[in-house]
Write a protein of this length. Structure first.
Length: 268
């Protein structure tokens, strides 16, 4: 018997609960260790890993998931591993694995991530699994980072979750020059003809016309794409080549719908 997938954003957090047969907590773009790059640019910020871990565990305790999915870019440094990676990434993953199995879809910043899995001698209740950049289908939903072409079977899901773009919206006060940037969720549909062109062997029986959800970055200091900029350049093949841009919907972190992207465009 088919059950419709239910989505529940955790209020004011860049985290989504996806519920069908299982309850899955989804988080994207941690970018652990980005502080090292910022220091090289003259911006001195101490490690934010502890703060992010505390926030992530708060989300886990609220959601009580069966599974945790991390949508790539767990770490930031590329192409090599930094000393922060070796110290903080295994610790972060091990702490999450205390609560549920953790599935990590590799992102473009996640080279050598397999070397950063928690050691077996570290005691944690559940395993950490690494998934390829093509993503994976779980409980009727597709998950991938979004910087590479997805596996064809993801289009049979009810939803496809991606990260990579760190979506945000620039809001402008009508009565003043005050502006603010807000992280947002983006919801959109794929153009079937564009999908079929890339996947000529895709059968109509394998096509579920999935909604694509672009996740905001969980790390608040890593910037992102301003979706209501007329000069935006979306990242990755799904966002830049497959989505129907005219139908993109924008939601604040609390789930409030604020309109379509094209209706929110502002002068920059």
């Amino acid at each position: 018997m088919h059950r419709s997938t239910r989505l529940k954003p955790l209020i004011d957090n860049a985290a989504m609960v996806v519920e069908n047969e299982f309850k899955t907590l989804v988080i994207a773009d941690l970018h652990l260790g980005i502080e090292a790059e910022l220091r090289q640019k003259g911006i001195n910020i101490g490690s934010q890993t502890g703060k992010m871990l505390e926030k992530a565990i708060t989300c886990v305790k609220e959601a009580e998931p069966d599974v945790i999915v991390l949508l790539g870019d767990v770490k930031h440094a590329v192409p090599k591993l930094s000393w922060m990676d070796r110290k903080e990434v295994p610790f972060f993953l091990a702490e999450l694995a205390e609560y549920a199995p953790v599935y990590v879809v590799k992102g473009n910043h996640d080279g050598h991530l397999n070397k950063l899995l928690p050691e077996h001698k570290q005691k944690h209740k559940h395993k950490v699994y690494i998934k390829s950049t093509k993503g994976f289908l779980f409980d009727g939903v597709g998950y991938l980072h979004g910087h590479s072409w997805p596996s064809q079977d993801l289009f049979s899901g009810e939803y496809i979750f991606i990260g990579h773009n760190h979506p945000r919206i620039r809001l402008v006060s009508p009565n003043s020059h005050y502006t603010s940037m807000k992280p947002v969720w983006i919801r959109a549909k794929c153009d079937y003809d564009a999908v079929k062109k890339q996947y000529p062997e895709l059968r109509i029986s394998d096509w579920n016309d999935p909604w694509v959800i672009i996740m905001p970055a969980f790390n608040e200091i890593c910037g992102g794409i301003t979706f209501n900029s007329p000069n935006k350049r979306l990242l990755g093949p799904i966002a830049s080549k497959l989505l129907r841009l005219e139908d993109m919907e924008v939601y604040l972190l609390d789930g409030t719908y604020i309109g379509r992207v094209e209706d929110l465009e502002v002068a920059f």
